[in-house]
Design a protein around this ligand. Sequence first.
Ligand code: KG4
Ligand code: ZN
Length: 380
Amino acid sequence: MDNKNVEKIERRTEEDGVIFMSIKNENDIEKNKADDITILAIESSCDETAAAVVRNGREVLSNIISSQIALHTIYGGVVPEIASRKHVEKINGCVRAALDEAKLRLEDIDAIAVTYGPGLVGALLVGVSEAKALSFVTGKPLVGVHHIEGHICANYIEDKTLEPPFICLVASGGHSHLVYVKDYGEYDIIGQTRDDAAGEAFDKVARAIGLGYPGGPKVDAAAKEGNPEAIHFPRAKTTEKSYDFSFSGLKSAVLNYLNQAEMKGESVNINDVAASFQKAVIDVLTEHTIEAAAEYGCNKIAIAGGVASNTALRGRLEKECKDREYTFYRPSPVLCTDNAAMIGAAGYYEFLKGVRSGMDLNAVPNLPLGNRERRYHGRS
Ligand code: KG4
Ligand code: ZN
């Protein structure tokens, strides 16, 4: 990377703690063609302040992520009030950096996409307010995007050939959904968690075995040193015919195992606990996903969300898909965890469908996926 623009942003990284992720080099960025749609996207639903510029839903011109993980680590989890304040501090810098890196000005942007739910209400509000302000002053259309839809659409960025229909397993800190992606923006939820999300279970177990926050990557690393067959933890079955998940029983089984070992004065091999717990989660996620693909006659399987960056889950699904000659799609880890490029991808397909949000767009902390009404909310 020898161009001036990149050097400048790398300096900004050091000064402001903004993570700069170059997917494209300035020299590779071609000029917009007349029918290109370039979207400025904003994401602030949890503990990452992010802005990105995405062309035609699949080409990432910039992807800026300011992560608050270090800040929340001392509290062992995300503190909503702190997250909101940090978003306010970081959001302008992220938007500026995203435009700089894309070598574009606000005037060059066709629309502004923003996550408006689900997520932490105070955190979402920062992104929504920023996007509304930018839309108001520039007159550019505003497109409200569902966070989970964004996670799913990260797959369109990673693999430019992927088209619906496909089955997508979405596993993040707040959600575990099995989704049949019928078409762009058309989702049938065929299974979801009845209690804890998969990422939440990773985070809670990590805390219990003393690995700290954020748990997922730490359990992933510890599991590599452990034996997944060492301890048999339960695989939750809801009902026979259901694709729903349940992880709270598994979490309790891990806590019971730790308590009993402590009472008996036995030592615990943390790596074995991590590997055995992780295997129990992956068995259920994989089994449901593969069964759903067979039932829906779908030979394309995708994964999304923070847990989709888990190396063992990726390896297992890769193998299961290969055995059945299914095609397996998985975004790079940086596109699995929260980012704004995925919101730009989802926003593009919503934009093409005519979705326009009004100045009354609000943060919706428990926004359901596939709620048709939201498509026409505030349509201009
Ligand atoms: O998608 P995401 O960044 O934020 C939400 O929308 O929730 O997901 C964050 C979740 C956290 O629970 C984190 O522990 C989990 O994803 N995670 C992982 C891994 N990396 C992140 N879980 C398992 N293995 C990983 N490598
Ligand atoms: Zn997320």
